[in-house]
Write a protein that binds this ligand. Structure first.
Ligand SMILES: Cc1ncc(COP(=O)(O)O)c(C=O)c1O
Length: 377
């Protein structure tokens, strides 16, 4: 089976380094708040070019902690894309605020700034751009909107760790370092993934970082003195040790995914019934996913055909958030969803990872071409 990601091959490529790092934690038996956690936070802050990084239990927790620290709650609106994973909407709703769903650009899959502008109201407290599939949103435009209305930006950078975004100033900034706060996930399949759950928050605001750190550790400061009700959301020392090893290889592994994506581009360009992923000008794409748009009447058939030939593919995401049971009665949605509405029926993500075998990739391409030549002609 050709899987979406091959995490075992990735592990084998750094086995000695990884086993040593894990062994060190086992010997120290310092499983919570061990020294590797602080070291990882320093390395991540440096990587992202921010002053503070606070690790936590998951990417969802990173979002939740950020929203709690910003005081987002009842009576507040938070604008987010309608086409994404459910974590942002969930966190907003759990804070008692209203999820407000914006349209997305059907080519880049990212939130459409014009839609965000239409949704701004006196209740808007934050915009959450989700840098989907490895590609940063149009952050210059979104920062202008946020600044004009005095609104915070909370970046959901769960899928685009290491991507870059050129701002109006000309500066190329790391995704996740641009807003008031940036959140990432270390879910195993992510660009920087652990061997379990994990997440982190990035910010240049020292007070916000302190608050998030306190909230993530039961709201206590110092120990057993509870300033506010908090959460138990800490990155395990073992995960920190794993992530420190992987961070050393992240540039090479990202290059491999970009190269594999270019190979898909070259091989699939011009195939009838398929549109290739589009990279917006001024951003670097790290291809967490390589996502095609397929003629909607052929998408499920192609997915099944790939599956029958031992090739995994995934539909990220099969429904818009605005229509989901959890949110349809407690949210607001842009009246225009022209960009987003066709995506659930057309998107198909192909295997892409740091250790995708080229011959496996050729097989994926051949099977896609075979199916499309039979059905899209
Ligand atoms: C866009 C996005 N946001 C947030 C999350 C939540 O991250 P986690 O699974 O670490 O809680 C994910 C993870 O799948 C994601 O893809």
């Amino acid at each position: 089976m050709i899987r979406m990601v091959n995490l075992y091959a990735q592990y084998l490529s750094v086995k000695d380094e990884m086993d040593t790092a894990i062994d060190e934690v086992m010997r120290s038996a310092s499983f919570i708040r061990g020294p590797q956690v602080g070291l990882l936070e320093q390395e991540l802050a440096q990587f992202a070019g921010v002053s503070h990084c606070v690790t936590c239990g998951s990417g969802t927790d990173a979002l939740l902690l950020s929203m709690a620290a910003l005081g987002i709650g009842r009576g507040d609106d938070v604008i987010m894309p309608s086409f994404t994973f459910g974590a942002v909407a969930e966190c907003v709703a759990l804070m008692g605020a209203t999820p407000v769903f914006a349209d997305v650009n059907p080519l880049t899959f990212n939130i459409e700034p014009e839609s965000v502008e239409r949704l701004i109201s006196p209740r808007t407290r934050a915009i959450v751009p989700v840098h989907l599939f490895g590609q940063p949103c149009d952050m210059s435009h979104l920062c202008d909107i946020a600044e004009a209305h005095g609104i915070a930006i909370v970046e959901d950078n769960a899928q685009s760790f290491g991507a870059g975004c050129r701002m109006n100033s000309g500066a190329m900034l790391p995704a996740g370092s641009i807003g008031k706060v940036g959140c990432t996930s270390f879910f195993p399949t992510k660009v920087l993934g652990g061997y379990g759950d994990g997440g982190a928050v990035f910010t240049n605001d020292a007070d916000l970082a302190t608050k998030i750190r306190m909230l993530a550790n039961h709201g206590q400061k110092p120990k057993y003195h509870y300033r506010t009700p908090g959460f138990n959301s800490r990155l395990d020392t073992l995960q920190a040790a794993v992530l420190r090893v992987k961070l050393r290889h992240i540039a090479d592994w990202t290059d491999s995914r970009v190269i594999a994506s270019r190979r898909y581009d070259d091989a699939l360009r011009g195939v009838a019934g398929i549109s290739l992923p589009v990279t917006a000008p001024g951003v670097t794409h790290v291809y967490h996913q390589y996502t095609l748009r397929v003629r909607p009447d052929l998408r499920d058939g192609l997915k099944d055909y790939l599956g029958n030939h031992g090739i995994e593919s995934m539909v990220y995401y099969p429904t818009l958030l605005c229509g989901q049971d959890a949110y349809k009665d407690i949210s607001r949605t842009d009246t225009c969803m022209d960009g987003a509405q066709s995506l659930p029926q057309s998107v198909l993500s192909l295997p892409v990872c740091s250790h995708l075998d080229e011959s496996d990739q050729n097989r994926v391409v051949a099977v896609i071409k075979e199916y499309m030549s039979l059905h899209a002609g």
